[in-house]
Design a protein around this ligand. Structure first.
Ligand code: TPP
Ligand code: MG
Length: 563
């Protein structure tokens, strides 16, 4: 398979003096440096569609056709996580937006920047075509996503659209980051406007610089940490910067602080570092709980659910550690979604991004003692059954010595199975717990890292894969090499476990837990679903002995440019 990234190239269209509303909007998208627009088409934005193809030549931004809006958004989500910058999505009227909502929620909860364009109307009812334009026009369409986007707007003119796009990108890129939605009236897009109205100077509307913590708070936090006997750092959401990563390590070493990381967030600290106290997890394991119980000071660095984490570890323990909370997250806490989690106690609260505070803390804390640096090793195991552990070991063996970005991991994964040593080694869970994101997240990250030399792959459940499976076509068409390993238990197994718990609690037969959960009879040929879309499909792999070969074959295919 060819490895060259594909751009569908339109035949040239002659330059015109008299332009259309959507041409101006397209020009603004280019000025804002939006690289791609993931989309599924729809008449509500046929004006914009034409402008991207025939006015901009389908370049900067380039369209990425997706077979479902949920994958379009998931791809943009994955892209932003790996690129550290946003791309765009276009969602058709109310219906395309409805298809995209779960993925928007995931991106919102993951605090990922994204420019979402939508369309409605014509807002002027006199201009509507019978039936369909009425069906696809909604009053206050942005209300569908307002509770899990940072801002939305429906501009009524080209100058207003310029400003809306500037503001949408600025707000999406301001910490805590998140999706914004600009809804473009079909009539505005299809309006004749004459020559292009001058574009604003984008450089004057950038997202603000990082906010620095208050000096007094910083000094107090540094003092508390310097005097701590058993400080613990909760390394949560972090930047992709290598310097930031090194600062986190240096701070932990200077304080001799134990560090915990989280499967819900991307890699934030080397998991093989001697100070990394317990494998990353979604819920705290025993080692992590013990670490927190022994802590006298906890430094929470934008950790997802500090309150719940402390509660898991300490319960109602009388002796609670002092908490230094470093997070800007409260700036987006609102009423509808409770993804903000419990209200954490804070003895010192810095409402800023952790990666701004960490180097300042590093300068201000006094060194306790140096640590003996002996890296943690993964345990070895023999496999008689095809288990998640066997899969992990085969994946690790096949990728040893290669820079790999793991875009996501399945629920049954144990954080002790693989080490992360770089910010791009692991990108976190899907944010909002919305199943079906796995393929899109993987493809979006692979798009961002296409030229990085890193191998990009996600390990996902069969349920997750099946819900988002048609994203594979987008990767195959545009030649975005990536690996998807499906941990196929032919079930929405996580929920079998729930039914098992309920049955036990109620004294009812546990053996019925599979009903309404198993994806079997007929078994789905997942590899054939990949092949049907132009990807390489390997499997099903049934025996542990077949794993290594399958993994090697898959990696060779991806390195050769395949999906
Ligand atoms: C959109 C959506 N639907 C349903 C759920 C509930 N749910 C949580 S995990 C899960 C099972 C996912 O199955 P799979 O990806 O195969 O993982 P497994 O549990 O089998 O390892 C389901 C259905 C959800 N979180 N999101
Ligand atoms: Mg499953």
């Amino acid at each position: 398979m060819a490895t060259e990234f594909l751009r569908d190239v339109p035949v040239a269209s002659a330059p015109q003096e008299n332009l259309w509303g959507s041409d101006a909007i397209a020009a603004m998208l280019r000025a804002l440096d939006i690289p791609y627009l993931a989309l599924n088409p729809g008449a509500s934005y046929r004006g914009l569609h034409d402008s991207i193809v025939n006015y901009l030549g389908n370049d900067r931004p380039q369209m990425l056709l997706c077979l479902h809006e949920e994958s379009a958004v998931a791809i943009a989500h994955g892209y932003a996580r790996a690129a550290g910058r946003m791309m765009g999505v276009v969602l058709h009227s109310n219906v395309g937006l409805m298809h995209g909502t779960m993925a928007i929620f995931n991106a919102w909860c993951d605090r990922v920047p994204m420019l979402i364009l939508g369309a409605t109307g014509p807002w002027d009812a006199a201009k509507r075509r019978p039936w369909i334009d009425w069906l696809h026009t909604a009053s206050d369409q942005g209300a569908l996503v307002r509770d899990y986007t940072k801002w939305d707007n429906q501009p009524a003119s080209v100058p207003a659209a310029y400003e809306a796009l500037l503001r949408a990108v600025q707000i999406a890129g301001t910490a805590p980051r998140g999706p914004t939605y600009v809804n473009l009236d079909a009539a505005l897009q299809e309006m004749k406007i004459g020559p292009l109205p001058p574009l604003p100077d984008v450089s004057r509307y950038q997202s603000p610089e990082h906010v620095l913590p208050n000096t007094e708070l910083l000094k107090a936090a540094a003092k508390l940490l310097s005097n701590a006997k058993d400080p613990v750092i909760l390394a949560g959401r972090a930047s992709l910067g290598e310097a930031d990563w090194k600062n986190r390590v240096a701070l932990a070493e200077k304080l001799n602080a134990k560090v915990l990381t989280d499967m819900k967030a991307g890699a934030a600290f080397p998991t093989d570092h001697p100070l990394h106290a317990a494998p990353p997890a979604t819920f705290l394991g025993e080692e992590a709980k013990k670490t927190l119980r022994e802590a006298d000071v906890v430094l929470s660095l934008d950790w997802v659910d500090t309150a719940g984490t402390l509660k898991q570890a300490l319960g109602d323990a009388a002796k609670a550690p002092k908490v230094i909370l470093v997070s800007p997250d409260a700036l987006v806490h609102r009423g509808w979604s409770m993804d903000y989690q419990g209200l954490p106690p804070a003895d010192i609260y810095m409402l800023c991004e952790p990666d701004v505070a960490v180097p300042l803390l590093l300068q201000n804390v006094t060194s306790v003692k140096s640590v003996v640096v002996e890296k943690k090793k993964l345990e070895k195991a023999n496999h008689e059954k095809l288990s998640m552990r066997a899969l992990a070991d085969a994946f690790n063996a096949a990728t040893s010595g290669i820079d790999v970005t793991v875009t996501q991991l399945p629920l049954g994964w144990n954080g002790a199975y693989r080490h992360f040593r770089h910010p791009l080694d692991y990108l976190g869970a899907n944010g909002g717990g919305g199943v079906g994101a796995g393929p899109g997240l993987t493809i979006g990250a692979a798009l961002a890292l296409r030229d990085s030399g890193r191998l990009v792959g996600g390990i996902m459940g069969d349920g997750d894969f099946l819900m988002g499976v048609t994203a594979v076509w987008t990767a195959a068409h545009y030649r975005i090499p990536c690996l998807m390993v499906v941990a196929n238990n032919r079930s929405f197994y996580n929920d079998e476990l729930h039914q098992e718990r309920v049955a036990r609690e109620r004294g009812r037969p546990v053996e019925n837990k599979w009903i309404g959960q198993r994806i079997a009879e007929p078994d789905i040929d997942l590899a054939a679903l990949a092949r049907a879309q132009g990807a390489v499909g390997i499997g099903p792999v049934r025996e542990p002995g077949e794993l290594a070969g399958a993994m090697e074959q898959a990696l060779a295919a991806v390195r050769g440019g395949a999906v």
